[in-house]
Design a protein around this ligand. Sequence first.
Ligand code: PMV
Length: 333
Amino acid sequence: MPSDRRTAVAHPNIALIKYWGKRDERLAVPNVDSLSMTLDVFPTTTTVRLDPASGTDGVTLDGTPAAGEPRRRVVAFLDLLRELSGRAEPAAVDTRNTVPTGAGLASSASGFAALAVAGAAAYGLDLDPTALSRLARRGSVSAARSIFAAFAVCHAGRGSGAAADLGSHAEPLDVPEFDPALVIALVDTGPKTVSSRAAMRRTVATSPLYGAWAASAGADLADMRAALRRGDLAAVGEIAERNSLGMHATMLAARPAVRYLSPATLAVLDGVLRLRRDGVPAYATMDAGPNVKVLCHPRDAARVGAAVREAAPGCATVTARRGPGARLTAGAD
Ligand code: PMV
């Protein structure tokens, strides 16, 4: 088994306390702490093979050569791996997503977590989970959390430069008893109109609401930790919903506005409110796209899925549970 060809699998995660906005774009250091659940659906599988004979990196995404921004981000990540390992070989990267790319369904989280794990191994870097999380963050902040199974907190770290880089990584959150369902409403799986990177840059630079939301994120995180420890689904859901709606409010106030929520998104949110009125604890969270993730008790997942599909005809649903952390696949190479 050649040691310079390694394959890793990672799953997306959905933030219950969101990260939005960076204080260092080059080092990908977030402004706020975040907290997420890694899912058991939509894995990404990535193989990194060092290719000394090639003059340049090769990047394929779902079997098609990548170009433009997706290729640039992968090559920048390979440059980082070469810098850290002191090696110079180009690499061939093959990535298979099972989630639509660029639709606000966390493909960059699973993608860069898998690339970090496979790439570190291929370049001979021996990194512990914290270091892998820090590394994955350089590809996409949310990827730092997909290194870990189930619930994870990503620290924004303190200061700037090397200190900020060192302090910003995820760590697992030990809540073994809390095992909710997340019903994912696939409202629209087309690529988003504004990348999350551009949207957060604009929000931080122009939205008068951004500072207030970021300032309230610390209290949301503390409340969320306590609710998770109590296994209090209603409190977890309420905090997640307010945190997400607040994040979208900051974007709506950006100049020009960034609006990811579509009429179908709002129809699903109305469906979630109706469920609550009917006594079903169900709570919504949205990322940088129109899709809605509804947190609920596993026994209510089928009813929640049916209510969502009724609220937004044509919308498919997928039910996720807590999933595994990123890992090398044994023996596949
Ligand atoms: O991972 P990025 O840099 O594409 O940012 C996405 C951020 C959100 O998904 C909207 C929130 C989060 O914390 O995952």
